[in-house]
Design a protein around this ligand. Structure first.
Ligand code: ATR
Length: 274
């Protein structure tokens, strides 16, 4: 029997998820079929219910539907509830739909296992306080960084965000202007939507430690302005391709009970980036 999956988003034509999951299927010798599904905010609930009634075993949910997908699920993992975000839905045999978020785990696996930067006891800065940022807060804090600071154009949103995650560790917030009083971050993550439009927030140079990792969640072939800025200051840089692959591996694990060896899929995906 072939297990069917899809990724739901708007737009969805350029999603790499089908390629990633088909490769995972080959690597784990599972028979799967993984497609793309376009939806709209008005029809998201019907789209997902219809997938379930067609016998799909699950779906991924991507921009802009991750927060809305929370409402569609019957049950949520604790991570998904706190993140207010679902990127993986498991359609179980008993008819229930369980929502998970694997973005945070995917980011941490990429930083720690692939990029070989520890988060524990390090100073971490996340720029942005939208859905992408909220989705990775818990996973970052569980690594027990020395501090996790969230900076956002709208400071109030960052302050509101950290209120949700205080129980998990040392977390602070500010607007960008206040970053001039901070320094020496070991990991700086761009979780704003600015990377996509070729921009970056204005940042003071002293933010980065000499061995810092500058991580942009956007995945495009070219270095983003944030990555170029960090490279100029001697930092190691990464785009979000690894996060995409590792969150997909976590989703595959939810559905198929096996975590694919992701190393094999990177060369193929790098060729496909635009
Ligand atoms: P996502 O789900 O991708 O995180 P989002 O929830 O709309 O998208 O969040 C977008 C993030 O990018 C926010 O942190 C936003 O800052 P504000 O909360 O102040 O709006 C940030 N962002 C978008 N455009 C920006 C800009 N021109 N300058 C700085 N930050 C920007």
């Amino acid at each position: 029997m072939i297990n069917r999956y899809t990724v739901v988003g708007q737009p969805i034509a350029h999603s790499l998820s089908p390629v990633v999951h088909q490769l995972f299927g080959e690597l784990t010798q599972r028979k799967i079929c993984y497609t793309r599904t376009e939806s709209t905010p008005e029809t998201l609930s019907q789209t997902i219910e219809s997938l379930k009634s067609q016998g799909y075993k699950g779906c991924n949910v991507t921009s802009p539907f991750k927060p809305q997908a929370v409402e569609v699920c019957d049950k949520l993992s604790r991570e998904a509830r706190l993140a207010g975000s679902v990127n993986t839905i498991h359609m179980r045999k008993d008819g229930t739909m369980v929502g998970h978020t694997t973005d945070g785990k995917g980011l941490v696996v990429d930083i720690v296992s692939n990029k070989r930067h520890t988060v524990r006891d390090k100073r971490v800065l996340v720029m942005g306080a939208g859905g992408a940022s909220r989705g990775v807060m818990q996973a970052l804090l569980e690594q027990q960084p020395a501090t996790l600071h969230v900076a956002n154009r709208t400071a109030e949103k960052a302050i509101e965000l950290i209120g949700i995650f205080r129980e998990f560790g040392e977390i602070t917030a500010s607007g960008y202007a206040d970053l001039s009083t901070l320094e020496g971050f070991d990991i700086v993550i761009n979780a704003t939507t600015l990377g996509m439009s070729g921009q970056m927030p204005e940042l003071p140079s002293q933010l980065l430690n000499p061995e810092a990792l500058a991580y942009d969640m956007t995945y495009v072939k070219q270095d983003t302005p944030f990555m170029l800025w960090a490279k100029d200051r001697g930092a190691q840089t990464s785009n979000g391709l690894g996060m995409l692959v590792e969150q997909a591996a976590e989703a595959f694990l939810v559905w198929e009970d096996v975590r694919p060896k992701t190393r094999m899929v990177y060369p193929r995906l790098r060729e496909m980036l635009v």
